[in-house]
Design a protein around this ligand. Structure first.
Ligand code: AMP
Length: 588
């Protein structure tokens, strides 16, 4: 049975208005409880403003000009009228809603919209290409707007513009699916495992609706569909790592970008850390995989880094990152060829290896790679003492590497999670926290005095509470910005401003403007302190806060809000900072 789009649109409106995550889950569960195996994936994608999982590379997007033309055609308004209303309301979704409600009654020929029809039109918009594609997109959008009710029109315009901004995260959707289908939120864990193996929320939802909980429990890896990457915890010292892992492997930490490579016969796919399909960007890695990786089917992982063949040196990250581009690929691959240091394997010739211990996986990886110009193995040693680990760390840092990643010899590959199976130790700087934090911007302050000219004086930032799936504040940051960055950030944040606190943000302070938790930025600080003002790690009286925070670098396009530093990591950093202080005190 088709799902009325009107019902989904009214769910969207409720989601937009709520500032409580619990309520958000209940609204979503209600939406899902009326879905079927045929349309649940469409609903899941539409909730995220998409039509397919990110790995497919199918991105829904239209420009404002096209949206304005569609609104003008559908509602018989002049373009100038649409533009004027846009100036007044600041949101083309609201413009469409307003003009739609002024329109005469539906004609005899109009058909109420269904999720199926909306999704199919959006899918065609997302995949249209070549000459005539602009006209086709326009027609498809006008077709929907013609039959839309005012509230539906609001979302039909916002979705392809990328302005849906409901703030529902993956974990929230999974929890609501669990609740809707099994009546038990705890089933989220099982769904999460399936999601970690395929990174496609829509597909997981469909399998759940088609095959019930059993289908989720028997979920399998598929070559060509990316696995969510395992992530590393952080440590402050070699001693800490040995205390946790005992004898372990220490691998060089390369500062490039992570690639998950899939191979099936002659076909190769390459996925980024965020699981975007980057296959076309790196022709030399495809060639290298076909030449140097001995398997019919495989999924393996490594860090790609630009390499100077003349001198045998690695280029810094700023050079490597230039390889992430859509145009001039051939030239760039000749100028800055990549080398891939493979460090793990998850799948081989029909067999899921994720449950095998690291040491076994590494042996399999070593057997399958013919080391050469493009593919190589990550350098590693087995260490049993802090001294051995420290020596290897120093030798890596001396050679310009970022540090090391220590690995538990017995641990399985834990997809999509940050566990102590992998522990990173990075170069540290005295007098500062040795590691930076990746925080999510949740609001901004308008700025006084000199800063008032930019309209932005500082930002309110949060870390991610993974257990609760909430963002908790940790600092106000006003330092480290250039004037250019202040201007640019104001513009970006205004596009995602919200009239109330976002549902998944927990805060004791109120910024001048709330924004959707979307952008991740790296901050450095002198130390982590306890504070009654911030909610990260709240114990009833105090949370954790950053002392002298300052931004370093710019918004991280490779990280989404749920990839930010977590509350648990902050607590670990706080504890190890204490240990360092105590140790230094003892030495004196
Ligand atoms: P970070 O981005 O600081 O959390 O560090 C973890 C990242 O280090 C991983 O996502 C990889 O991209 C990268 N990395 C570099 N070398 C290795 C290695 N030998 N093993 C695992 N990860 C590595």
């Amino acid at each position: 049975m088709a799902y009325p789009f009107e019902r989904l649109a009214s769910g969207f409106r409720q989601l937009e208005a709520t500032s409580s995550r619990l309520e958000m889950i209940n609204i979503l569960a209600k939406i899902f409880s009326e879905a079927t195996a045929e349309n649940v994936h469409m609903i899941v994608y539409l909730l995220q403003g998409r039509v397919a999982a990110p790995y497919t590379g199918i991105e829904l997007g239209i420009g404002e000009k096209l949206a304005m033309r569609a609104i003008s055609q559908a509602y018989g308004a002049d373009l100038s009228e649409v533009e004027a209303l846009y100036k007044e309301l600041g949101d083309l979704g609201l413009v469409a809603e307003r003009l739609c409600s002024g329109k005469k009654q539906m004609t005899l020929f109009s058909q109420p919209l269904t999720v199926e029809r909306v999704y199919n039109n959006f899918y065609r918009i997302a995949t249209a290409s070549g000459s005539g594609s602009q006209d086709l997109k326009l027609r498809l959008l006008v077709d929907l707007l013609n039959d839309a009710k005012p509230l539906e029109a609001r979302y039909i315009v916002r979705i392809p513009l990328g302005k849906l901004r409901l703030g529902v995260g993956d974990a929230t959707i999974l929890e609501a699916l669990a609740l809707a289908k099994t009546g038990n939120r705890d089933f989220r864990e099982k769904l999460e495992r399936a999601y970690n193996l395929c990174s496609d929320l829509g597909y997981v939802a469909r399998r759940l609706f088609e095959g019930g909980p059993e289908a989720i429990e028997n979920f399998k890896i598929v070559v060509g569909i990316p696995i969510r990457p395992a992530l590393a915890q952080r440590a402050q010292s070699a001693e800490e790592i040995i205390a946790r892992l005992g004898t372990c492997a220490a691998e060089a930490k390369y500062d490039g970008f992570r690639c998950q490579i899939h191979k099936k016969g002659n076909k190769v796919w390459i996925f980024s850390r965020r699981l975007e399909n980057m296959t076309d960007m790196f022709p030399e890695l495809i060639e290298g995989t076909l030449k140097q990786f001995d398997a019919e089917e495989a999924i393996f992982e490594g860090e790609a880094i630009a390499y100077n063949e003349e001198t045998g040196e690695f280029y810094p990250f700023q050079v490597t990152i230039q390889r992430k581009r859509k145009y001039g690929i051939k030239e760039a691959s000749e100028e800055y060829p990549l080398r891939l240091f493979a460090f793990d394997i998850m799948y081989l010739n029909g067999e899921d290896l994720t449950g095998k211990p690291y040491e076994e996986r590494r042996k399999i990886l070593e057997d399958r790679i013919k080391r050469g110009d493009v593919l190589d193995l990550s350098e590693r040693v087995i260490v049993s003492t802090a001294k051995e680990l420290e020596d290897f760390f120093e030798s890596c840092v001396e050679r310009g590497l970022e540090g090391i990643v220590a690995k538990d010899l017995k641990a399985p590959y834990i997809a999509g999670a940050r566990k102590w199976a992998w522990i990173k130790l990075k170069r540290s700087y005295r007098g500062e926290l040795s590691d930076t934090l990746d925080v999510v911007i949740v609001g901004y302050y308008k700025g006084r005095g000199k800063r008032s000219q930019f309209g932005l004086g500082g930002i309110l930032v949060a870390v991610y509470d993974k257990k609760e799936d909430l963002f908790k504040t940790i600092a106000k940051v006003g330092s480290g910005f250039t004037e250019e960055q202040l201007r640019e950030m104001k513009k970006l944040l205004d596009e995602i401003a919200l009239p109330h606190k976002p549902a998944r943000v927990v805060s004791k302070i109120e910024p001048d403007v709330w924004v959707e938790p979307k952008y991740v930025i790296t901050v450095a600080a002198d130390e982590i302190t306890r504070s009654p003002n911030h909610t990260a790690g709240w114990d009833g009286e105090r949370g954790y806060a950053l002392r002298f925070p300052r931004i370093v670098g710019w918004i991280r396009s490779d990280k989404g809000p749920e990839d930010a530093t977590t509350v648990d990591e902050v607590i670990e950093m706080y504890k190890s900072q204490k240990r360092v202080e105590v140790r230094e005190g003892e030495e004196q």
